[in-house]
Ligand binder design. Structure first.
Ligand code: ZN
Length: 336
């Protein structure tokens, strides 16, 4: 990622001279410092991030004291999303079955037109319906509900930032606790865009390792600076999401962290979508990503033509094929 630092040098503040060590590799710099605007709600605040020249990780320099104040009531992970009925509940169930690795030809077809990347990331794990799965930082449990509809029976959500424990029905619970507070073992621990929000990601990954069955898997989906979008958009890259994203990993730094926790890195798959384009373009134009009365993050009305959005989607797939998309799924296995 030295090349990224070089490419973005013109946008950056002077390198930090003292007083900061990389929280991932312990590197002492010199770091490039980037001043990043909060743009989920366009609060008008800025936050400094430092790029480690050793492991390539970008991290917030000072973790805000009261992070919860940046998770407004409408924050997307906690909003109650209405079930979309555009393809019908039965077709959604079929899609969920197919994407999560069950055999369902109709569902596979639906998934081509209505993708769900979090579910699709499970496909290669070939999980049995009774696999014990915990989703860390699950918010209101949208993914767990989809997995339940796909036939999975041993599901649990943990999220210390939900207001209280949630009973989602059918034995499905979201508990307002940290992962280390729940007894294992699990066959799969997953972090879907949650690890970058955690103050101590090493402790979180270590807890995941410790709660896994001996041959268990851990799936970590995160934004990454090992991407075209970071190099192209710099401080306007929507994946930064300051100050909620505390660590933006390079592929090198997430490997380092995972291996330190005892994991073997089995695979890294790029699974970014069109958001990297339209979200970053909105960042550039100072258009907040989330609007009042809207629980979802969708392009601002009128900001893009449908042809542009289709082009963004095509380009996102191309970047994934080139290992240049701005989101990755990291497949970890306990032990060797
Ligand atoms: Zn580092």
């Amino acid at each position: 990622m030295v090349s990224s630092a070089t490419a973005l040098a013109d946008n950056s503040m002077p390198a930090l001279a003292h007083g900061f060590d990389c929280r991932i590799c312990g590197g002492v710099g010199p770091f490039h410092n980037y001043r990043v605007r909060e743009m989920m709600f366009a609060l008008g605040e800025t936050f400094d991030y430092a790029l480690c020249p050793d492991c390539g990780c970008l991290q917030i320099v000072t973790i805000p004291d009261h992070l919860s104040r940046y998770y407004g009531g409408g924050y997307y992970s906690f909003g109650s999303r209405p079930v979309r009925h555009s393809v019908g509940a039965a077709l959604v169930r079929a899609r969920n079955r197919a994407l999560s690795g069950r055999v369902d030809p109709l569902g596979w077809l639906v998934g081509r037109f209505k993708p769900y990347r979090a579910l699709a990331s499970l496909h290669s794990l070939r999980l049995a319906p009774d696999a014990r799965i915990v989703d860390v930082g699950c918010g209101s449990g949208e993914l767990l509900i989809a997995l339940q509809s796909a036939g999975f029976r041993a599901l649990l959500g943990v999220d210390p930032f939900v207001a209280h424990d949630l009973d989602l029905g059918g034995g499905l619970l979201v508990r307002q606790v940290e992962l280390r507070a729940v007894p294992g073992p699990f066959d799969l621990v997953m972090f879907h865009h949650s690890l970058e929000h955690i103050v101590d990601p090493q402790a979180a990954l270590q807890a995941a390792h410790d709660v896994l069955a001996p041959d268990g898997h851990c799936l970590v989906r995160i934004p990454t600076v090992s991407s075209w979008a970071w190099r192209h958009y710099g401080v306007d890259w929507c994946g930064l999401d300051a100050p909620r994203h505390l660590v933006l990993h390079s592929t090198q730094s997430i490997r380092l962290l995972a291996e330190r926790c005892g994991f073997t890195v089995r695979d890294i798959v790029y699974d970014a979508d069109a958001f990297q384009f339209w979200g970053s373009e909105q960042y550039k134009r100072n258009i907040a990503l989330m609007r009042p009365c809207c629980n979802d993050i969708v392009p601002a009305p009128g900001a893009f033509t449908s042809a542009q959005l289709r082009d963004f989607a095509r380009r996102a797939e191309r970047l994934n094929r080139e290992c240049e998309g701005d989101q990755i799924a990291v497949y970890l296995q306990r032990g060797g």
